[in-house]
Design a protein around this ligand. Structure first.
Ligand SMILES: NC(=O)c1ccc[n+]([C@@H]2O[C@H](COP(=O)([O-])OP(=O)(O)OC[C@H]3O[C@@H](n4cnc5c(N)ncnc54)[C@H](O)[C@@H]3O)[C@@H](O)[C@H]2O)c1
Length: 415
């Protein structure tokens, strides 16, 4: 395997991919416009946290085959892994990074090259934006002289190296040859199935996957809001409902964060606004969750003078250090804007570490567990009574759990 691969964008997706390709024997150049990231990697300090990344990085093959640079170079394969955000106001897809990545490789493209987009894309990006762009910047015909495919990434941060190898992949080519050429690259390290299709289907598949999750989380969140109104313990209700053989309700939370779920459904909504009404509603339910959670805390504290709130859990999901688009930060900001005294802790986040929950909850009026990391859950289960005894007002709010008690204690008369 003496093919040369340029990976554009060495962030959460691109860096593990570049390392994996180098490990199986490709000569890989990682390219990033962020000078600090390039320098950090060249200095051996990794810009992202990922399980086992240090071990992979010092692998002999990786050291031999992987370099990082600020500019692209000639290669056989170019893989684009740059961010594809949305505009925060209009929620329209922002493809500027993808376009500038393609523009940066145009001078190096030659006959026989393969361009793969791993970044998540709105439908028709490959054929209506990327193909004409390559053809306008080079003398090459896409599908004949150079090949173009979309292979959306499905990894979950934290498990990226495992999932890169074991997940199934879908590859959409601008034509059949493009899809088959891209499969050769992925077949060198993927152990899961590799499904081949056209580019538009592959774009759609990725968006459907994340939208499916967003809509189902919205349903769980909406159930939890209704349950709050009726003073029902939603966790118990979901546990019982999920005993139905064809029901699988997800866990409710305080919203949806991370780099992908809050923005990917918007790519579908904007591609067909007339039909994407359920997707839009779900997005709005999830976007409103931090406000609803802040409102619930305000309600609970309305009779307490100058309440002190201890917010626990800052990341966008449990057992992760990822703060990107974290709804927890939004809840805290909303409460602070209202003038509440909020202190926040999370042992996964630098500058917010604590020794014990009992210690930080001392004298507080509300312990708001916004993200329940396993360690938090275990500590609460063991020491809840002690923690409450140290608080000024013993309110522990665990999201997804009713603040009020059940209508009666079902265990009371059990012998
Ligand atoms: N993070 C995830 O878990 C995940 C999972 C699946 C899919 N995705 C998708 O993968 C894509 C990348 O996501 P990410 O989380 O790795 O983003 P990221 O922000 O971590 O990394 C993107 C990198 O690209 C660099 N970059 C931007 N423009 C560039 C250019 N023109 N040339 C070279 N480098 C450039 C940035 O400096 C950055 O380091 C997105 O489309 C995302 O939706 C991400």
């Amino acid at each position: 395997m003496n093919k040369k691969v340029v990976v554009l964008g060495v962030g959460y997706v691109g860096l593990p991919l570049a390392i994996t390709l180098a490990k199986v024997g490709y000569k890989v150049i990682g390219v990033d416009v962020n000078k600090k990231i390039v320098k950090a990697i060249n200095d051996g300090s990794l810009p992202i946290k990922e399980k086992n990344i240090e071990n992979f990085f010092i692998d002999k093959k990786v050291k031999e085959n992987f370099t990082v640079n600020e500019k692209p170079d000639y290669a056989d394969v170019f893989i684009v892994c740059v961010q594809t955000p949305i505009d925060q106001v209009s929620k329209m897809p922002d493809l500027s990074h993808t376009i500038s990545a393609i523009e940066s490789i145009a001078p190096f493209l030659k006959k026989g090259n393969l361009v793969i987009l791993e970044s998540t894309l709105p439908p028709f990006t490959c054929r209506r934006i990327i193909k004409p762009l390559i053809e306008s910047r080079t003398k090459l015909k896409v599908g004949k002289d150079v090949f173009l495919a979309h292979c959306p990434e499905r990894v979950m941060p934290g498990e990226t190296f495992y999932e890169l190898i074991h997940n199934n992949r879908v590859i959409g080519g601008i034509n059949s040859k493009s899809a088959h050429l891209a499969r050769e690259i992925y077949a060198s390290f993927v152990k899961g199935d590799i499904d081949l299709t056209d580019d538009v289907t592959a774009e759609m598949v990725k968006l459907m996957e994340n939208t499916y999750r967003d809509v189902n989380i919205a349903l769980a969140n909406e159930f939890s809001l209704v349950a709050d109104t009726h003073h029902i313990d939603i966790k118990k209700a979901i546990e019982f409902a999920n005993k139905h053989p064809r029901v699988k309700i997800l866990n409710p939370g305080i919203g949806v964060g991370g780099h992908c779920l809050p923005k990917d459904p918007w790519f579908l909504i904007h591609s067909d606004p007339k039909n994407a009404s359920l997707i839009l509603t779900a997005r709005k339910v999830n976007e409103l969750m931090p406000e609803k959670v802040a409102a619930k805390i305000r309600r609970i504290l309305k009779n307490i003078k100058n309440p002190k709130i201890v917010a626990l859990g800052l990341t966008y999901k449990p057992d992760s250090d990822d703060l990107r688009e974290s709804p927890s930060l939004e809840v805290i900001t909303l409460l602070k804007e209202d003038g509440y005294n909020v202190v926040s802790y999370d042992n996964f986040v630098k500058g917010h570490k604590y020794r014990s929950i009992a210690n930080i909850a001392k004298g507080a009026d509300c312990l708001a567990v916004l993200v329940e990391h396993t360690a938090i859950r275990e500590e609460l289960e063991k020491y809840e009574a002690k923690i409450k005894s140290l608080m000024r007002t013993p309110i522990i709010l665990r999201i997804g759990t009713s603040y009020k008690p059940d209508f009666f204690d079902i265990k009371k008369d059990e012998k």
